[in-house]
Design a protein around this ligand. Structure first.
Ligand code: PMP
Length: 378
């Protein structure tokens, strides 16, 4: 199969799988147990966190909380900070670009009395920084902004947004960097919390990370035995956490290289696709290189995904998390993509395992699918 759905999930690296199995066999003790094996497990847990922080030169600046995925990390950060700040700041600023694991959290907080404000989106899919400035006040508890969008791939001005947010000392800046790691350099400047998901960079599903600048800013949303600084109770998954370092090192240390390769594939695909009547590129020009969103007006995205799937090419409509929802995608709507083009959108997403041959095979099959749907195009 030609796998071009890496924004939905990636294939785990072999050394990640091997490490996971090996640590489960040799170091299965509970990191909270007081005996020798427990102490050893805890020591390894702390070393693992240090290795992750060292990768980004963050030692002394952030704590790391291991979670079950970015969905949990986003919930933990947004709810945790919101509850902590509720008494003195109750506004949350977000945008429709965010993943449901952010948007649905803030919408749920809205039902609990928080005021949600949406920052405008520019035509190239970035948050409007001038609008953000006008929304900021001393009542803002949280501003949340993703690093790279999961549907179109556009990157966001994280550092500039952080500078605006931090003119208001009470405001907390949260970043969902799930689609950024390994593809573009991560920005921690001015960031208070940052979420990652292991399976998006060749780690395992069910593995999340939350970087927290000040752990005391989080009210726990999961209660229990007090693990992970008391903010994420539950026995830590040491084998998983040790394994993720392998994937993270590979992703971070090869970001420049992969960015370059995927940019070449992306440019090649853009050039190829613009040669077809009725095919429009939805992703802005300077997006992250691994995601290319394309619209074929007149055909349904699902029909295209099925047609490619029959040719053994796996890609998706918008995102795996929203592809089953009937409504038009809010991200594409916010970027003024015409309705028919949104309905006929597909997302091609590449990763570290994507090869030139994959791109070539995709192109050969694109001709076939195009012929199959040609008469439907408007
Ligand atoms: N944020 C973004 C931008 C994502 O793409 C995803 C995964 N689709 C998530 C958060 C949630 O990650 P997970 O499903 O691993 O919890």
């Amino acid at each position: 199969m030609i796998y071009l759905d890496n924004a939905a999930t990636t294939k785990p690296n072999q050394d990640v799988l091997d490490t996971y199995v090996k640590v489960n066999q040799s170091l299965y003790s509970n990191a909270n147990s007081p005996h020798q094996a427990g102490l050893q497990a805890d020591q390894l847990l702390q070393q693992t966190k240090k290795q992750i922080k060292d990768l980004f030169n963050l030692d002394g600046k952030f704590d790391i909380v291991f979670t079950s995925g970015a969905t949990e990390s986003n919930n933990m950060a947004l709810k945790g900070v919101a509850y902590k700040k509720k008494a003195f700041a109750n506004e949350i600023i977000t945008s429709v670009l965010e993943h449901p694991s952010v948007l649905e959290v803030v919408r749920s907080l809205e039902t609990e009395g928080f005021i949600i404000k949406y920052v405008d989106v520019t035509e190239d899919g970035q948050i409007d920084l001038d609008h953000l400035k006008t929304l900021m006040s001393d009542d803002v508890a949280i501003v949340t902004c993703m690093h790279v969008n999961n549907i179109m791939g556009q990157t966001q001005p994280i550092e500039e947004a952080a500078n605006i947010v931090h003119q208001y000392p009470k405001a907390h800046f949260h970043v969902d960097a799930v689609q950024a790691i390994g593809k573009v350099p991560l920005c921690f400047e001015g960031v208070d919390t940052l979420s990652l998901s292991g399976h998006k960079f060749h780690g395992l599903k069910g593995q999340g990370i939350l970087f927290v600048r000040n752990i005391h800013q989080l009210e726990p949303i999961i209660h229990g035995g007090g693990q992970e600084y008391g903010v994420r109770s539950g026995t830590v998954n040491l084998p998983m956490n040790i394994a993720i370092v392998k994937a993270m090192k590979a992703a971070v240390n090869h970001t420049t290289e992969l960015n370059h390769t995927l940019n070449e594939f992306n440019a090649d695909l853009r050039q190829f696709l613009t040669g077809f009547h009725g095919v429009k590129l939805n992703s802005p020009q300077n997006s992250a290189p691994h995601i290319l969103n394309v619209g074929l007006s007149g055909v349904k995205g699902e029909v295209l995904v099925n047609a490619f799937s029959k040719h053994n090419i796996m890609l998706s409509t918008t995102s795996a998390c929203s592809s089953k929802k009937a409504s038009l995608n809010e991200v594409l709507l916010a970027m003024n993509v015409p309705r028919k083009q949104i309905e006929g959108s597909i997302r091609i997403s590449m990763g570290a395992n994507t090869t030139q041959e994959d791109i070539q095979t995709f192109k050969e099959n694109f001709y076939k699918v195009y012929e199959e749907v040609r008469e439907l195009l408007v």
